[in-house]
Design a protein around this ligand. Structure first.
Ligand code: CP
Ligand code: NVA
Length: 315
């Protein structure tokens, strides 16, 4: 069943959003439907204080513009409060364990923790020991909130998800992983186009293939042909050092006018942002009318509000 014919029930059976591996197709549809109705309410100026007096702590061990602002604004619009905790300001940054941090935050009645960090295992440990809902705001392996906002944008653009070919060009990183999972579970055709040596994690590729249509190729021609969406991300993710060898390998995977010309006439360009114009994408493509990057950025707000309501609204 495609998202357009799904009738939402208003609930999912999850406490956390750690990655999308354990989320079903209908869990994802629930999030996207609620996100659309929260978006409509916000655009009409209708109050929607569904998380009145709930508290979301936001732990950041890496920089952020979109994630920080959209989570803080989102919980505020829902009637709750956000606590911004930079890991360099809290004791976690001086070696206090995730275990102890989880138990301490649990004593303060925190309802949810959004965490952006390096190791996926830290996010999982926080969920294991805390009493609150944990939301992954990006790790080295996954960026589920971005992928949810992205497929929401795809559904808005094309009126459906089923059969839409999304081709991702570049580093087989956290974005590639989360797009594979979100796309495969919702009937999209996901093609990851990476140079040799920079492919996505083969275990995650195998997992995603079990849920749907996922291919990995090093051929730009193959990926771009018949694509509905051309997606790319930075050459160097947060925490990675610049490396001329990697830059040289990724440059032929740049999304430019030639690549766009090979895709469908109706194809759109997507990027999670922040972008490096002239590296992974050319200025003419990212700033063209085919680019939906700011729709994606806006949908972070609505998708995450839906996630917070479905996870934190139960207690
Ligand atoms: N796309 C994204 O997560 O952006 P930030 O790093 O600015 O949060
Ligand atoms: N792959 C990028 C995504 C940023 C939103 C990074 O991890 O830095």
């Amino acid at each position: 069943m495609d998202i357009s014919s799904y009738k939402p029930k208003g609930r999912i059976e999850h406490k956390h959003l750690l990655n999308l591996l354990d989320y079903s197709t209908t869990d994802i549809y629930e999030i996207l439907h609620l996100a659309e109705s929260l978006k409509a309410a916000q655009h009409k100026g209708k109050k929607h204080k569904l998380l009145k007096d709930k508290t979301l702590a936001m732990i950041f061990a890496k920089s952020s513009t979109r994630t920080r602002v959209s989570f803080e604004t989102g919980i505020t619009q829902l009637g709750g409060k956000a606590l911004f905790l930079s890991s360099s300001d809290i004791q976690l940054g001086r070696g206090e364990t995730i275990h102890d941090t989880a138990l301490v935050l649990s004593r303060y009645g925190i309802d949810g923790v959004m965490i952006r960090t390096f190791k996926q295992s830290d996010v999982e440990e926080l969920a294991k020991y805390g009493s609150f809902s944990v939301i992954n705001g990006l790790t080295d392996d996954f960026h589920p909130c971005q992928a949810l906002a992205d497929i929401m944008t795809v559904a808005e653009t094309f009126g459906k998800l089923e059969g839409i070919k999304l081709s991702y060009f570049g580093d087989g990183n956290n974005m590639a992983h989360s797009l594979m999972l979100a796309g495969a579970k919702t009937g999209m055709k996901i093609c990851i186009c990476s140079p040799k040596g920079y492919e996505p994690n083969p275990e995650i590729v195998e997992a995603a293939k079990k849920f749907g249509d996922v291919t990995v190729t090093d051929s730009v021609e193959e990926a771009a042909t018949d694509a509905d969406v051309l997606y790319t991300d930075v050459f160097f993710s947060m925490g990675q050092d610049k490396d001329p060898k990697k830059e040289k390998a990724l440059m032929p995977y740049q999304v430019n006018a030639d690549v766009l010309a090979k895709a469908k006439k109706t194809a759109v360009f997507m990027h999670c942002l922040p972008a490096h114009r002239g590296e992974e994408v050319t200025e003419d493509v990212i700033d063209s009318p085919r680019s939906v990057i700011f729709e994606q950025a806006e949908n972070r707000l609505h998708a995450q509000k839906a996630v917070m309501c479905l996870l934190m609204g139960k207690k």
